[in-house]
Design a protein around this ligand. Structure first.
Ligand code: PEP
Ligand code: MG
Length: 768
């Protein structure tokens, strides 16, 4: 479990600590004196620049170097010299370098100290003539950073050609830590644009789209940052006691977690790693050393956390990165113990909250519910459970928003563009105004769609397409009225299972399904039986170690081999439907015999219910999802045996083109309007037509207006989609002549176009 190599917590870093270097107490007390003087200076009323000048002078004196300079980030890519003792004063505000450029830039990029006795000979050295630094041979730069947040670089230089001792490096790192903390409190603001206090700059973060939609609001941090108000401590003995007690408490809490029953293999492995870190002597020892240098217990934890984060960015190995993440989490726990700051910081949720989190579980997201205007996650994925819930709640979601949790503060103004996967944090007024225009246009469009709500999706040629919605949670159902959907074409029953910590009981399911049918008020709801496995792993089920879960033991395959759960679910559906029509479909059927076996389970459960005198549905429809190409070539008897077929276009397309729907690299590579795919869908339309089997399409493509027109043009008469897509799809269908659209598609295919999209788009653009 213990990571080998240079990043483990036990690893003795090449820095000698105070007590081993021969001059322990003097160095430590010098360091403490310097930190106290820095603290007083930072707290003084002096003007920004005067204060910065005093800081560098103090450090140069204490380190006995001719030069001390502070560089801060002007923007995420550029560092600027903001104060110096020893270099030419004119260079302040002028000397700039890019991240990675020169030794200062290198220190900033790697987050690691650069220490050399012969700076000009160092690889990447860049000479800045305006500073007059050519006479200084030795150079020591340390990053000014706060839990992974790069703020700048602190440099000392001297004429004498010598490497700085490990002890000096360490001392300067401690000083840099205090500066980082103080800048967090806004004390380092010097007025100029480049020196604005942290967390005040506008930022745009480009992530990925998890759920479309736009929102404006204010940040609400799911896990608020711990605020440290005392980086420098006067009484090291007291701080040592505090850190030791806190670590002891942390160890107990990790042991308690490990003692809990019902941990699976992975949870246990993570906790074991936590325990190992929590018991690591190296980790505690480093923090004790930091305290002896004058840091408070909290600042010492953060200093180690910052160092771990900086290493995290450099580590390519996924396993080591995970372990460093563990260490990061553990540091957060320790900070919460030390500061007493729990989840509840007393802050008030803004009226227009945009939730910002590293990641969030589906149940937690549901707890926030529709109060949220938007959600921004640093991690997450398109298929994650949080994304599923955000979709159900129709909340715009941006995922992979790099560094958002360290950049955003509670209450920051934020714009979320879920369509483009972009976040604007603390936007300028011009950006905010443009964004508001976009929101206003969308609201306008929604109003237009609302007018269409009660009208049919009837094309100008007279053909009507029936539009249904996809759902999976109770939270979806209010959309049934609002969207104008005729029914629920796909109810993904597994979502209820995914958001809970344990298996729902049968009577709970009966109540839930009955509520869904009540809410549908007689409209058709097609309940799909559990589609678990693949990316949808239930929290309480042992995940199967499969090389390719999307093509593995999932959905109906699992249901048929472990029929207990399937039978329980069918029974719940039958009971819930008592006296009404019940529509059930089986996911991921690849062959006729799988459907027949599933149907057989259904028939037997139904017969048993009847025999026991329970109320049964007045009518049943049992269908199959067509999600694997093989099923399109099943015997005619299959099409005759099904009451209906629904094309699961997401899976069908991924298997048709062999392109993983979860893989960003390939998932958009193949067009739904590719002639081969269209021909394949036509084949399915024909087969259902021959057997007289009703056919629908319920993948994401059904909700994209151009795709929806193409599907309708080649013969689909029922489409099921996200509720928010019904308006745009209906609005377009009502303007289209489907016979013409089919001719356009046929002509493009006949001409050998790689996709019919361009031709169809041109045709649609020219519509009156
Ligand atoms: C599909 O595959 O198209 C489908 C509707 O099912 P899911 O997205 O839940 O796999
Ligand atoms: Mg599917």
């Amino acid at each position: 479990m213990m990571p080998s190599g240079s990043n483990g917590p036990e690893e003795a870093r090449p820095i000698r600590r105070g007590r081993q270097d021969g001059m322990p107490d003097r160095r430590e007390s010098d360091s403490r004196k310097l930190l106290r003087r820095l603290r007083d200076t930072l707290a003084s009323k002096a003007e920004g620049q005067a204060r910065l000048d005093r800081i560098v002078a103090l450090i140069a004196e204490s380190m006995r170097t001719e030069v001390c300079s502070l560089y801060l980030f002007r923007d995420p890519e550029t560092l600027e010299l903001v104060a110096t003792r020893g270099l030419r004063g004119e260079a302040v505000g002028k000397t700039r370098m890019r991240l990675g450029e020169g030794l200062v830039g290198r220190t900033a990029r790697t987050g690691q100290p650069v220490n050399t006795g012969n700076a000009p000979a160092e690889k990447g050295f860049r000479y800045m003539p305006e500073t007059g630094e050519e006479i200084y041979s030795s150079f020591l730069g340390v990053p000014v950073q706060r839990v992974g947040e790069k703020l700048g670089v602190l440099v000392v230089q001297s004429k004498e050609a010598r490497q700085f001792s490990d002890d000096e490096v360490y001392g300067l790192e401690v000083v840099a830590m205090v500066l980082a903390e103080m800048s967090e409190l806004g004390s380092m603001t010097a007025g100029g644009e480049g020196l604005r206090a942290l967390h005040t700059r506008p930022m745009m973060i480009r992530g990925g789209s998890g759920q479309e939609g736009t929102a404006e609001g204010h940040v609400w941090l799911h896990e608020p940052r711990v605020v440290i108000t005392n980086p420098v401590a006067d009484d090291p003995e007291r701080e040592l006691d505090r850190i030791r007690n806190a670590v002891a408490q942390l160890r107990v809490s990790v042991d308690d977690l490990l003692g809990a029953e019902a941990l699976d293999k992975d949870q246990r492995a993570v906790l074991e790693a936590y325990r190992m870190f929590a018991n690591s002597r190296g980790w505690l020892k480093r923090m004790e050393d930091d305290i002896l240098r004058g840091l408070s217990a909290e600042a010492a934890v953060e200093k180690e956390q910052s160092a771990a984060r900086a290493r995290l960015e450099q580590v390519p190995d996924a396993y080591l990165r995970d372990r460093l993440h563990d260490l990061d989490d553990l540091s957060n726990r320790l900070l919460r113990i030390l500061t007493g700051q729990g989840q509840d910081t007393g802050a008030e949720m803004p009226p227009d909250p945009v939730l910002v989190a590293r990641n969030i579980g589906p149940a937690e997201l549901l707890d926030y519910g529709r109060r949220l205007r938007g959600v921004v996650l640093e991690e997450g994925s398109v298929g994650s459970h949080a994304a599923i819930v955000a979709r159900a709640l129709a909340i715009p979601l941006v995922i992979h928003a790099d560094r958002i949790t360290s950049e955003a503060l509670n209450g920051d103004h934020i714009l979320v563009d879920g369509d483009q996967g972009i976040v604007h944090l603390r936007p300028d007024e011009t950006v905010a105004a443009a964004f508001r225009d976009k929101i206003a246009m969308q609201t306008e469009a929604q109003k237009r769609y609302a007018v269409l709500r009660a009208l049919p999706a009837q094309a100008t040629c007279g053909t009507t397409v029936s539009l249904h919605m996809n759902a999976g949670l109770m939270a979806d159902l209010p959309s049934l009225e609002g969207s104008g959907a005729e029914g629920v074409g796909l109810f993904r029953t597994e979502l209820q299972f995914l958001i809970r910590a344990n298996v729902p009981r049968r009577d709970e399911l009966v109540r839930l399904y009955a509520r869904v049918m009540d809410a549908a008020k007689g409209r058709r709801v097609a309940f799909r039986t559990l589609d678990i496995g693949s990316d949808k792993v239930l929290p309480y089920m042992k995940p199967q170690d499969e090389p390719n879960p999307a093509m593995g033991w999932r959905a109906i395959r699992l249901g048929l081999e472990r029929p207990g759960m399937l039978q329980m679910q069918l029974q719940a559906l039958i009971r819930a439907a008592a006296g009404r029509t019940l529509t059930v479909m089986f996911p991921f059927v690849a062959r006729m015999d799988e459907f027949m076996a599933a149907r057989d389970h259904f028939d037997r459960v139904l017969a048993r219910e009847r025999a026991f005198g329970h109320d049964v549905p007045s009518r049943v429809e049992v269908g199959a999802m067509l999600e694997t190409p093989s099923l399109a070539y099943a015997p005619r008897a299959f099409f005759e045996a099904t009451d209906f077929i629904s094309i699961g276009g997401n899976d069908l397309k991924q298997f048709f083109f062999a392109a993983d729907r979860e893989n960003e690299r390939v998932r958009r590579r193949y067009d739904t309007l590719d002639p081969a795919f269209l021909a394949f869908i036509r084949h399915i339309v024909d087969r259902c037509g021959e057997a007289g089997t009703p056919l629908s399409f319920c993948g994401e493509d059904a909700g994209r207006p151009i795709e929806a027109v193409a599907l309708a043009a080649i013969g689909l008469r029922t489409l099921s989609m996200r509720p928010a897509s019904i308006g745009p799809v209906k609005a377009l269908l009502r303007r289209v002549n489907l016979d013409e659209a089919r001719e356009v598609i046929d002509a493009a295919v006949a001409q050998g176009e790689p996709t019919a999209r361009d031709a169809l788009t041109r045709y649609l653009a020219a519509l009156p």
